[in-house]
Design a protein around this ligand. Structure first.
Ligand SMILES: Nc1ncnc2c1ncn2[C@@H]1O[C@H](COP(=O)(O)OP(=O)(O)OP(=O)(O)O)[C@@H](O)[C@H]1O
Ligand SMILES: [Mg+2]
Length: 336
């Protein structure tokens, strides 16, 4: 479990050994493996990693929104101490949107093109017990909250800009006053100006309502601006977890180090991304031992045979044999 927070209040959310498989053409493939972390009220945690590393699967599992071919093969998610029925869509309904909500990447796909946006924002409020009139008043209030004049609520999604549509998604996510908001690349589809504005909105609202935020992003500069903590995923596992300050100052895992090196550096006079050599493994062909070892500049013999556990290290956690030389008393394995 995370020991990165000094806060002693009980965690809002505990993800404990979460393991999810996808069934494809009669074959079951493991997408995430033994994912464990805690999230406290008001805490903003970034989930970072290359494409296919399991970020969306982790988020969807927490929100009980896994696709039909997914199966929770192990572990559980506890909210305020109680296990959530994450593999039962109907049973998750009372929880979803009122306790945990999600802002997806492509607002145009998530919004209904033939309904006025104010009605779409009111819908989750009605589903969670408000009268129609109360829900419409709340929807107008939410529009203003995300910086859209309430009168624009009569518009259809195609009549709004991409940035405004993403604001509508944020309004919908906040409609039932959740404690946790998951943003799955909420600004990726926007132009740079709108990206910055929508991110600022999310950060401001998080502070205003003391929301816990799980922010999935490829963009480490977004992490630095908006999160307290960062968890790095690789091939379905968390490989490093720590405060933004610690991980940016001194990444422990060689993969995290390479990710940090791949940030464009305007000071160098060029904005070239330095790609990490090699490709991430596929679900079909995951290397034995540490999944990162074929690409790792620091790989040792043990890395090819033994998967490292995610152990407490300093104020964070790291899954790497390079950092396994702790005194036994300091070693806390979350995967044991
Ligand atoms: N419904 C599905 N059926 C089969 N495999 C899936 C399904 N959804 C995701 N996967 C696979 O599971 C793995 C993890 O996918 P996931 O979408 O969680 O990754 P991600 O980290 O969010 O990637 P990205 O950055 O591209 O969004 C990938 O190999 C992906 O191809
Ligand atoms: Mg994803």
């Amino acid at each position: 479990m995370s020991n990165t927070s000094k806060n002693t209040t009980p965690p809002l959310l505990i993800v404990d050994g979460l393991t999810v498989d996808y069934g494809t053409k009669g074959v079951s493939l493991r997408a995430i493996h033994d994912v464990s972390f805690e999230l406290r009220a008001g805490e903003a945690v970034a989930l970072v990693g290359e494409s296919g590393s399991g970020k969306t699967t982790t988020a969807m599992a927490i929100a009980g929104l896994l696709s039909p071919n997914a199966r929770v093969a192990g572990g559980e998610v506890r909210y305020r101490g109680s296990p959530l029925p994450i593999d039962d869509d109907a049973a998750m309904r009372p929880h979803r949107w009122s306790e945990t909500s999600v802002v997806f990447q492509g607002a145009m796909n998530a919004l209904n093109p033939v309904h006025r946006i104010v009605n779409q924002i009111a819908e989750p409020c009605v589903l969670h017990g408000m009268s129609r009139a109360e829900a419409m008043a709340r929807a107008r209030e939410l529009l203003e909250l995300v910086g859209i004049p309430a009168d624009r609520g009569a518009a259809y999604p195609h009549q709004l800009s991409g940035g405004m549509r993403q604001r509508v998604m944020i309004a919908m996510a906040l409609a039932c006053r959740p404690s946790i908001v998951i943003g799955d690349e909420p600004t990726t589809a926007l132009d740079v100006i709108n990206q910055a504005q929508v991110l600022k909105l999310l950060v401001d609202l998080r502070t205003k309502f003391n929301l816990a935020l799980i922010l999935i992003t490829h963009d480490l500069s977004v992490v630095a601006e908006s999160c307290d903590r960062v968890m790095i995923m690789y091939s379905g596992r968390i490989v490093e977890d720590g405060s933004v300050a610690d991980i940016f100052a001194e990444p422990k895992h060689p993969y995290t180090r390479l990710l940090m090196d791949s940030i464009p550096n305007p000071a160098e006079g060029k904005r070239m991304l330095r790609p990490i050599p090699g490709d991430p493994p596929t679900l079909m062909k995951r290397p034995l031992g540490c999944a990162f070892h074929p690409r790792c500049p620091s790989a040792m013999a043990i890395c090819a045979t033994e998967a490292p556990h995610l152990n407490a290290y300093g104020k964070g956690r790291v899954a790497c044999h390079l950092h396994n030389s702790l005194a036994p008393a300091d070693k806390v394995s979350v995967n044991a």
